[in-house]
Ligand binder design. Structure first.
Ligand code: AMP
Length: 399
């Protein structure tokens, strides 16, 4: 089967075209800076050089339309026509209480994704736009939604419940859901494979550190706790999201700043907080490292808050699982930045977590454990697209 995987983020759109029979990726690419100046498209047909262009995109639909053109025409083509594609798999952020696994997109599923927009305000609208844009361009091709929340459905109640009036859970299903499930599922399985163990034999803490970040406790191959909550706002401080804070801060800020609309406050917490707010410089970790190296105290503070929070989650999840065999770093920051990894585990030697700095400075899937480290520390590039393609194939084959 040829499956197009779409991962539409808040201002980006990643795609991969898989041939599932051969396991080959026929093309992959990225549309960046959608809806903001400086739009850019990178398209890599298998075995050829990356084609790059500046291309202004007002919406994700503009991005998808351009990707389809690049895949089917001229020197960047990898298929002769759109009809060669059997199905499309989409990453969808929030499945609420409605989805505990991947599903075929139907009008009801689209409605459910729409209903979940308040829970995933940065991503669900983009995910839905991706689905609608493919429908428009590709007709009635089967589409599958793979939810970031699904992997976390195995959490026990004491991990996912909030200690607020129980009726809110009964009436509105307010609870922790967790996100990045596709990534945590993939890297925890890869870690077991890399270590030559069965997933059931391992207690793993997976650290997905990117623009959005979350940490997951995976015991015996199943998620038992994770740092994000009802929405992706909970947990670590992120690019623009606050992460954990005392809920009373909201009332205090709203009173003093004359903010009367709670959605304005939530926009501040989702889009104007995190390392962007702490540093006053940028939400992009590359910018923060550059600024810190030039002496910015605020950039240093932002990075220190980030790594301190990672460290606390690793410790607490080891406690939650009664031990830890392996810590995995993945995603944009986790895969690429040795300094974040090093700072995040500094001080955890008492738990047997110790990394080798020389190994830490290499790339790819790598074991960075120090010779005397008791807990394996791995860097594993995430591959959410692969998982989405596999789920899509399974669902479409069963139609
Ligand atoms: P993601 O959300 O997984 O795509 O990750 C995006 C984040 O990864 C951005 O903040 C990037 O600045 C960051 N990132 C990518 N490469 C590097 C790198 N070499 N060093 C530090 N951060 C990086």
């Amino acid at each position: 089967m040829k499956i197009l995987v779409i991962n539409a983020g808040s201002s980006s759109l990643k795609y991969q075209l898989f041939n599932t029979e051969s396991g080959a990726i026929l093309a992959k690419g990225l549309c960046e800076r959608i809806g903001i100046p400086g739009g850019h498209v990178k398209h890599t047909p298998a075995g050829k050089d990356t084609y790059e262009e500046d291309f202004a995109m007002e919406s994700h639909a503009d991005g998808i339309r351009r990707v389809i053109e690049l895949m089917t025409t001229g020197s960047t083509a990898v298929i002769s026509s759109m009809s060669e594609i059997d199905a499309v798999g989409h990453r969808v952020l929030h499945g609420g209480a409605e989805f505990s696994g991947s599903v075929l997109v139907t009008p009801e599923v689209k409605d459910a994704i729409k209903r979940c927009i308040p829970l995933g305000p940065l991503h669900n609208p983009a995910n839905l736009t991706g689905i609608l844009a493919c429908e428009e361009a590709m007709g009635d091709i089967p589409q599958v939604a793979v939810f970031d929340t699904a992997f976390h459905q195995t959490m026990p109640d004491y991990a996912f419940m909030y200690a607020i009036p129980y009726e809110y859970y009964e009436k509105y299903a307010i609870r922790k859901y967790g996100f990045h499930g596709t990534s945590h599922r993939y890297v925890s399985a890869k870690a077991a494979e890399f270590l030559g163990k069965k997933p059931e034999e391992l207690k793993v803490v997976t650290c997905h550190l990117g623009n959005g970040s979350s940490i997951c406790a995976v015991d015996g191959g199943k998620c038992v706790d994770t740092s994000m909550g009802l929405t992706p706002l909970e947990g670590l401080p992120m690019g623009t999201r606050s992460g954990n804070l005392d809920p009373a801060v909201l009332e205090f800020v709203m009173k003093n700043e004359g903010i009367t609309d709670i959605s304005e406050m939530l926009t501040i917490l989702n889009k104007k907080s995190g390392v962007l707010a702490l540093s006053g410089i940028s939400s992009d970790f590359r910018d923060l490292f550059a600024a810190r190296d030039q002496g910015s105290e605020r950039a240093k503070l932002a990075l220190d808050c980030f790594t301190y929070s990672i460290k606390k989650y690793i410790g607490s999840y080891a406690a939650a699982m009664g031990g830890v065999d392996c810590v995995v770093f993945t995603a944009g920051v986790g895969e690429n930045n040795a300094s974040i990894r090093s700072d995040a585990v500094k001080g955890l030697e008492f738990m047997g977590i110790k990394i080798d700095e020389a190994k830490n400075n290499t790339r790819g899937t790598v074991d960075i454990t120090a010779a005397d480290g008791k807990v394996k520390v791995l860097v594993i590039p995430t591959d959410e697209e692969f998982v989405i393609a596999s789920d899509t194939e399974e669902i479409v084959k069963a139609l």
